[in-house]
Design a protein around this ligand. Sequence first.
Ligand code: NAD
Ligand code: GLY
Length: 490
Amino acid sequence: MAFVLIGFMGAGKSTVAARLAEQRGASPLDSDALLAERFGHSVAREFELHGEESFRADEEKLVCELLDDASTRDVLALGGGSVLSGRVREALAGHLTVLLDSDPVLAWERIHTSQDGAERPLARDREAFLALHSERSALYEELADAVLVWASSASGEYPVLVGRGLLTTGQLEQVWPLDRSSSRPFCVTDETVAALYAERLGDMRALVSIPPGERHKTLASAERVWHELVAAGMTRADHVVALGGGVVGDLAGFCAATYQRGVPVVHLPTTLVAQVDSAYGGKTGVDLPEAKNYVGAYHQPAGVIVDPATLETLPAQELAAGWVEVLKTALIAGGELWEIVARGDEVDERTILACVRTKLAVVAADERDGGRRQVLNLGHTVGHAIETVTGYSRYRHGEAVGLGLLTALRLSGTEPLREQVRELLLARDLPVTLDAGANADAIVDATARDKKRLGAGGVPFVLVKAPGEVNHGCEVAAEDVRAAVEELVG
Ligand code: NAD
Ligand code: GLY
């Protein structure tokens, strides 16, 4: 069973296949390049000489040969139109078919800025190109076992794979982003997730399980993980596997960032928070009693493997709390994602992918939180303060962020939107007020310790004009913050 990349022209299949093959210690096989070799000239020239029909027949023959001979380690990139052939579609059945995610407008620009346009007979007219993309999308999606989003930011690139069953039905070997014969995997997880999924991982050199919950995202847990990795013989050539929710991801990522000054980490997120948000972007760390996420490091993953089927075992309250990160992402993205969320639709793979694209686009523009990335903290300034003053045990992260969103929307002065968000939270049984007697003063004080504060200045807030129009670095008067928090206490 090989890893077979399909998708539209200009998505970057050849480049991605080459990088994946290198990571896995294999050689890529690219059907267009192999055809050009057979023809003795380019695909565009072949179209001119013998037409598309003749090209498709040769393509079908070569791709079927490749698929028949392919083995588990192989990474194949197929020409965008090859899957129009019924024979090719049948031959794909025994392999893991992965759709490389692409935005057609960006694909068009990439083709034409790289002066690759002349080499692509079906990319000569922009409108026809975009129409062909929408015509083929449904077929690609139907064939795909997983979707691959290629993440890139200042410090590197990595694959994100989203596919139902990747973990639960044992397809990890095909999608693992590192060569496990030269880099051994050491898993960090929590006890709940270990009981549910650890045996699906295959051979791990160690399984370090911490007790579940935010209260364990601590330096003490990090120290325990470091010691267990040493005891299990982990070296710099090996890698950490973070199997679990955001707590495990942040903790294991931090341990990977610091163990022997840094080893790779592969994330296998199993909660909604982790699948739509925390597994991407490289923020890792632990909480201090004084403030949340106060100790940490940026450490981008070597890869992220998302199996939405793991959400089926997630308790309903965890799913609801995780949905708040979807809501936050939709407020940032606006557009179609906001429409889905505003309708109250259940989260499916499309929604997960939309959140992944939104987060990765923000991180690509500003990996180190110097500017635009701060929008991802919408609702988190007060949310984190609530978690800290309640000892990381009263509210789930998402629940606290939901309350934080209500304060951010109050401070934004967007009352109808605040009311809409409040209704959406209520519809999922999420808290919209703090417990009676909650200490508003302590929350306001903790807000002032937020990591986003620079020097002696105030804490900058993320405010919302409308879905899709979100600004970071907004100054807010201290008495307004106090009033917005007091309003939550009622
Ligand atoms: P979590 O990791 O504590 O998981 C919630 C609970 O679900 C735990 O009890 C866990 O054992 C259980 N669980 C996990 N997967 C399960 C499954 N498939 N089936 C059954 N139970 C399962 O919490 P979370 O909500 O995933 O993450 C919250 C954390 O994420 C916070 O610490 C927050 O700061 C962090 N976070 C980080 C980033 C980032 O960019 N690094 C972004 C958002 C949130
Ligand atoms: N969760 C905030 C960020 O990733 O920047």
